[in-house]
Design a protein around this ligand. Structure first.
Ligand code: ACO
Length: 431
């Protein structure tokens, strides 16, 4: 280790100096833990609510440069993948680390296609939900239930078993997602059609009625596939962290992915595009935008779909989605809320409040508009996110399972409560 690759820390409480190694731009929290320990105190810890500056893992899956607006899966820029690849190929890339050969691709697509069906008991399980159940809640519960259908999934150290569950999960997510959608509409569940591609089959399970064979519009199937590619992974975000955290207990992948779905359900994560649509509808017309922006600046509310923990620049996915809007609107007709969104973006990007805080549109700012044009109700938006993110979660989960450095996730706390109180019996407290 060269001298430059260390951090010299002087503890002014004791005058002690410590030499802490710096590796890959990080110091180990456990190295900081030696500070002060000799003096009988618990040793220095790091306080970082929300992990704003803490690396929890090494990862070779996804690279983001938030300042420059760069997103790469396994080193490939998102723009190239969105333009030239398919979601299933991208899923292969995320899981295996490399683009597939022709044979590998054929096998992968075949395997995913032939695992799209789910056990009939799972269908009955889903039919037991109330008529107005949120589809994300149904998806979360049914993915969790999958672990009971495949008990061998708990053998997470066996690569073959792992691979089989990965194929099953990627294959069955569209089936479960589509059935959650049909349930709310009181329509019969549509079985997978294995003659169709991944996005086409999903559209068929969502929208097929009495026709013999569903005939999806290729432009809509392509747009959906691009949206799937954009949402496939995003390194250590809230839901991926949930997958890794739960996975660190060595539970099966269905349970870990369920944790990811739960995290994605929240409005600050996957639920933001639903909030964007509500916001756009509330604004209603362009003339109301200045008053709305004033409210945001006064701290009354947030401009949903703007800002990101990592991107301090235009989210590259937002640029691609904006382009996909044109393709979808060509088929469906323009969503009238688009005009309000574009005007909001224009005003916000010129306003010092947003500029100085580096708040730019994120992936959710335009995705809700597309989903609405595709006739999805807002409750389905997070489901549409969870389906492709499954490949990313599983790629990260695979990394975790094989990472010798990982331990069961168990953060520290700074205790702020009372100590050593004496219990007062109920008879005395309630007298
Ligand atoms: N509208 C108005 N002000 C905002 C917004 C926003 N959307 N986002 C951040 N700010 C302000 C904060 O109030 C804060 O201002 P201050 O310095 O005066 O206190 C400053 O910008 C920094 O914001 P933080 O909250 O510290 O940023 P953080 O990284 O914690 O939050 C987050 C990121 C949660 C995404 C936030 O920007 C937000 O809530 N955005 C709206 C919700 C949204 O679009 N979420 C989708 C994220 S993408 C995804 O999950 C797929």
């Amino acid at each position: 280790m060269t001298e430059q690759n260390t951090l010299t820390v002087r503890d002014n409480r004791t005058g002690e100096e410590y030499e802490i190694p710096i590796t890959d731009g990080t110091v180990r929290a456990t190295d900081l833990g030696q500070i002060g320990r000799a003096e009988g105190t618990p040793g220095l810890a790091v306080y970082d609510p929300g992990f704003t500056n803490t690396a929890s893992t090494r990862s070779a899956v996804t690279y983001i440069d938030g300042d420059k607006g760069i997103l790469e899966y396994r080193g490939y820029p998102i723009e190239q993948l969105a333009e030239k690849s398919t979601y299933l190929e991208v899923a292969y890339l995320l899981i295996h680390g490399e683009l597939p050969t022709k044979e590998q691709h054929e096998q992968w697509v075949h395997d995913i296609t032939f695992h799209t069906f789910v056990h009939e008991n799972l269908k009955s399980f889903m039919q037991g939900f109330r008529y107005d159940a949120h589809p994300m809640s149904m998806l979360m519960s049914s993915v969790s239930a999958l672990s009971s259908f495949y008990p061998e999934a708990s053998r997470i150290k066996d690569p073959e078993v792992r691979h089989e569950q990965i194929v099953r999960l990627i294959a069955k997510m569209p089936t479960l997602g589509a059935w959650s959608f049909r349930h709310a509409q009181g329509k019969p569940y549509v079985y997978p059609d294995n003659d169709l591609s991944y996005p086409e089959n999903f559209l068929s399970m969502l929208f097929k009625m009495s026709e013999q064979k569903y005939d999806p519009d290729p432009r809509l199937a392509k747009a959906l596939d691009v949206l799937f590619i954009l949402h496939a992974d995003h390194e250590q975000n809230c839901s991926t962290n949930a997958v890794r955290s739960v996975g660190s207990s060595q539970v099966d992948p269905y349970s870990s992915v369920t944790a990811g779905i739960a995290a994605l359900y929240g409005p600050l994560h996957g639920g933001a595009n639903e909030a964007v649509l509500r916001m756009l509808k509330r604004i209603g017309k362009k003339e109301n935008i200045p008053a709305f922006i004033e409210g945001v600046k006064n701290g009354d509310e947030k401009l949903m779909g703007f800002g990101h923990r990592v991107y301090k620049n235009y989210d590259p996915r937002a640029t691609i989605i904006k382009k996909a809007c044109d393709d979808v609107f060509e088929v469906t007709g323009v969503n009238p809320l688009l005009e309000i969104a574009q005007e909001l973006e224009r005003i916000a990007l010129e306003d010092d409040y947003f500029v100085s805080r580096k708040l730019y549109p994120n992936v959710d700012f335009y995705s809700g508009l597309i989903y609405e044009a595709l006739q999805f109700p807002p409750e389905m938006f997070t489901v549409l996110f969870a389906i492709p993110r499954t490949s990313g979660w599983l790629a990260q989960w695979l990394e975790l399972v094989d990472d010798k450095e990982q331990k069961i996730a168990r953060p520290k706390q700074i205790y702020t409560g009372d100590r050593q109180l004496t219990y007062v019996p109920q008879s005395e407290r309630w007298a």
